[in-house]
Write a protein that binds this ligand. Structure first.
Ligand code: NAD
Ligand code: DAU
Length: 342
């Protein structure tokens, strides 16, 4: 493993992963391919060319474009593909599912074909706990549980997981899949709940909690997730799936209270608004399999929330230009006419 192609490397988790790989392995070259959608930001990678020289390269391109992928594989002698590229926001998938099917399903298939034609390259797929769907009772999802996706986003990610598995069984492609819980931390586009709420609060705006706020999520620090992905890539059993999360969930309201406490702002900023359509009430994964490889998170969910809040407080240069661009139109569309319920 020497020349890694990271798709979606200009996005939130991708850029944290690229940074980790370049720092950790001085003999690896990391090539990013990214379409630069609204969520892909060159500023997330802006210091890397100077710091790492030709160990790092960026190519603007679409994972649905097989010829472009084949060209990058040949040009950089790629031996490993890690696929982060996706449309990732559930609320956007409810408004416009089309792009999700294209990138998350067709894009994954296109990468798998390129990996196969390129001589069965090592392939790792970044998946999500959302493929398991809403988890009732006190069950924790195991890797071989049935996928029961319930949003256009999670249905697209589940379809991609099926293709990855099928390429392993049919063509012997050396694949692994990791399914991550909610990531938070530096460089997360402020449509996702933690950066949205921190930046709203700093702008003196209210925090729109969907429904009663009793939904359960496992908020993990993004660098912990990236360490887990790295471990699966190097030590995971080929053909297997690994859940990655802290294994500890909390309600959204508890998350918001920690966030406001770190900002020293009052809870009167909270507004309960009309719920997300088809909102999954609870995700919860069993993470013993990744832990058996020697991984454990270095941040608890509460530490992850506090560290994330501080990053947005300290990095206005990063999010202020985003919030004044395409984001405003999106915000108006999703929240403009949303009923306040409490
Ligand atoms: P993100 O939205 O921040 O970044 C996605 C990146 O993919 C962007 O840089 C975007 O430009 C790029 N992209 C989109 N369409 C593309 C295309 N057709 N071709 C090339 N590049 C394209 O997303 P993220 O939160 O960093 O998520 C990364 C991956 O991790 C996704 O596969 C997502 O499903 C998965 N995941 C995310 C979380 C989370 O909490 N954020 C948790 C588990 C799994
Ligand atoms: O679980 C992993 C998934 O986490 C990833 O696969 C997705 O790519 C990522 O977007 C994320 O999905 P969620 O839907 O869980 O994340 P989001 O930040 O959108 O919402 C987190 C919780 O907060 C969820 O229960 C909905 C709620 N929420 C969200 C927003 C944006 C609100 O209450 N208000 C909001 O305005």
């Amino acid at each position: 493993m020497q020349n890694i192609l990271v798709t979606g490397g200009a996005g939130f988790i991708g850029c944290n992963y690229v940074r980790l790989m370049l720092e950790k392995y001085s003999d690896y070259r990391v090539v990013v391919i990214d379409k630069l959608t609204y969520a892909g930001r060159l500023e997330n990678l802006q210091d890397l060319a100077e710091r790492y020289g030709d160990r790092y390269a960026f190519v603007q391109g679409d994972i649905c474009d097989g010829a472009a992928i084949d060209g990058v594989i040949a040009q950089y002698d790629i031996d490993t593909i890690v696929n982060f590229a996706a449309e990732t926001h559930v609320d956007r998938s409810i408004l416009e599912p089309d792009a999700f099917v294209k990138t998350d399903v067709l894009g994954t298939y296109t990468l798998l074909e390129s990996a196969r034609k390129g001589g069965n390259l090592r392939y790792h797929q970044i998946s999500t706990d959302e493929v398991y769907g809403h988890i009732a009772g006190d069950h924790n999802s195991l890797e071989d549980d049935k996928m029961m996706p319930r949003s256009p986003y999670s249905a697209s990610k589940a379809a991609a997981d099926h293709f990855v598995h099928a390429y392993h069984i049919t063509y012997g492609l050396p694949v692994t899949i990791s399914r991550g819980a909610n990531n938070i931390g530096p460089y997360q586009y402020p449509e996702k709940v933690v950066p949205l709420f921190v930046t709203n609060a700093l702008a003196g705006e209210s925090l729109p909690v969907y429904g009663d706020g009793q939904q359960m999520r496992d908020y993990q620090y993004v660098v912990d997730h990236c360490e887990g992905i790295d471990l699966v890539l190097h030590q995971g059993v080929i053909g297997e799936v690994y859940n990655i999360g802290t294994g500890k969930e909390m309600t959204n309201l508890a998350m918001v209270e920690i966030l406001l406490d770190e900002l020293n702002l009052p809870r009167t900023l909270i507004r309960h608004v009309e719920d997300r359509q088809g909102h999954d009430r609870r995700y919860s994964m069993d993470v013993r399999k990744i832990m058996s490889l020697g991984w454990e998170p270095s941040y608890t969910p509460e530490e992850a929330i506090r560290a994330s809040v501080r990053w947005y407080v300290d990095n206005r240069w990063w999010w202020e230009p985003i919030r004044s661009g395409e984001f405003r139109e999106y915000y108006q569309r999703v929240y403009g006419n949303r009923k306040v319920i409490a």
